[in-house]
Design a protein around this ligand. Structure first.
Ligand SMILES: Nc1ncnc2c1ncn2[C@@H]1O[C@H](COP(=O)(O)OP(=O)(O)O)[C@@H](O)[C@H]1O
Ligand SMILES: [Mg+2]
Length: 206
């Protein structure tokens, strides 16, 4: 059996990642592709516990501790779920992956993309996404969409505008560095157009 593909979905809060992830999973299933959607941080038990910690608005978490917690959750997810699924020939869709840490902790928190890349290299041991779909929206549009959601804002979602601008800027740096892996998708388009663009961006893998 051939190995599955790893597709990651990235972008700032409110860009439409989770919306696209659910639609893309359904569309791939319809096409007969064995696929599993997992979220980050979390996806497996121990990592979901770390998720509760990093999302808690009542906690102050030091930026370096935050970076290590995300990397720890990712290491667990990769070993427990992603690698076994890929080995079985299942495609894995990830709602966020390493690029989120490079953008948020490297850019947003100003720890530096290279520093964050090193700790993640330790965490994931060379696993590379086959394709990354980067949903690009204005930070104001992302913020506006979050405000319209029913649930209270999580710890990172409460950050200020300049944090999100640095994060969005870091995502664009990553795109410029690796345009073969990372495909830019206009996240301000309606959901059906976003899905069509995503399918186009992975058409060579299908
Ligand atoms: N393409 C889109 N056009 C308009 N609204 C959208 C679109 N994608 C998502 N939304 C809405 O915006 C909000 C944030 O979307 P979500 O998928 O949760 O973003 P993310 O996972 O990137 O934070 C949700 O209320 C969702 O219904
Ligand atoms: Mg989401």
């Amino acid at each position: 059996m051939s190995s599955g593909r790893l597709i990651t979905i990235e972008g700032i809060d409110g860009a439409g990642k989770s919306t696209l992830a659910v639609a893309l999973e359904a569309e791939l299933r319809t096409r007969g592709v064995p696929v599993e959607l997992l979220r980050e941080p979390g996806g497996v038990r121990a990592a979901e516990r770390i998720r509760e910690l990093v999302k808690d608005p009542d906690l102050h978490i030091d930026p370096r501790a935050e970076a290590l917690l995300f990397a720890a959750a990712r290491a667990q997810l990769v070993e427990d779920a992603v690698k076994p699924l890929l080995r079985d020939g299942t495609w894995v869709l990830l709602d966020r992956f390493v690029d989120s840490s490079l953008a948020y902790q490297g850019g947003g928190r100003r720890l530096g993309i290279e520093t964050i890349r090193e700790i993640n290299e330790f965490a994931i041991r060379g696993l590379r996404p086959d394709r990354t779909l980067l949903l690009v929206v204005d930070t104001a549009l992302g913020r506006g969409r979050l405000g319209a959601r029913a649930r209270p804002l999580e710890r990172l979602e409460r950050e200020q505008e300049d944090f999100f601008r640095r994060t969005a800027g870091a995502y664009l740096e990553l795109l410029a560095e690796d345009p073969t892996r990372i495909k830019r998708i206009d996240g301000s388009a309606p959901p059906d157009r976003v899905l069509a663009a995503a399918l186009e961006a992975i058409s060579d893998l299908l």
